[in-house]
Design a protein around this ligand. Structure first.
Ligand code: GTP
Ligand code: MG
Length: 199
């Protein structure tokens, strides 16, 4: 399926620019630079459908990508959060856009919360998980850049993330370990996303 049509649809800086809610959506969120755009590219098997960047905070809007012909579902690249240098006004704008999207989007099937394997869960991630819980949106936690950390350290981060995820929500989220660079965990996550999207 992902090997078929994947197209960039539009970039929404405000909610009034959202596409019609006519197919399921899977959204990607996480701290700036965590690897959201890279994961989107890895899942779709495209080199650069989503723009990746070495500069944190590059993605500022909700970016929609359509999969399938006719469109079966959409992937949504959300703006990164927890960017230390972001002005207060930008952070507030982000929070409002994301919260309203999460609460009001009937077609939102699942969120992927990306967390850097090297850092584990941070307070901004906990805040995001709380927002998802409050909006009653189910999510998966995706540990990224697993190629950058020793296997023994990775096991510790996975255990800590699992322990905390269990405390956090009623139906605790599945934890995925991935590397967009090396392809680790990508096939399994792709299958999970397809199942979440109901295809
Ligand atoms: P913003 O849109 O700015 O919030 O960033 P993002 O979350 O979309 O991150 P992006 O995909 O642009 O990746 C940030 C940096 O991390 C880039 O330099 C990527 O090449 C690198 N990166 C992403 N995924 C991996 C991975 O699995 N392994 C390694 N080693 N590097 C990665
Ligand atoms: Mg990005």
């Amino acid at each position: 399926l992902f090997s078929g049509r994947v197209d960039f649809l539009l970039s929404a800086p405000q909610l009034k620019f959202l596409p019609d809610p006519d197919v399921p959506e899977i959204a990607f969120c996480g701290r700036s630079n965590v690897g959201k755009s890279s994961l989107l590219n890895a899942l779709t098997g495209r080199r650069a459908i989503a723009r990746t960047s070495v500069t944190p905070g590059r993605t500022q809007e909700l970016n929609f990508f359509e999969v399938g012909e006719p469109t079966l579902f959409r992937l949504v690249d959300m703006p990164g959060y927890g960017f230390a240098k972001a002005p207060v006004a930008v952070v507030e704008k982000w929070r409002k856009l994301v919260r309203t999207y999460l609460r009001g989007r009937q077609v939102l099937a699942r969120n992927l919360v990306l967390v850097d394997s090297r850092h584990g869960l941070k307070d901004v991630d906990r805040e995001m998980m709380k927002m998802l819980d409050e909006a009653a949106v189910g999510y998966r936690v995706v540990l990224t850049k697993a190629d950058k950390i020793k296997a023994s350290d990775l096991a510790k981060v996975v255990a800590a993330t699992e322990a905390e995820a269990k405390k956090h929500v009623a139906a605790y989220p599945h934890i995925h370990v991935t590397s967009s660079e090396k392809g680790m965990g990508i096939d399994e996550l792709r299958a999970a996303v397809l199942s979440d999207a109901g295809v």
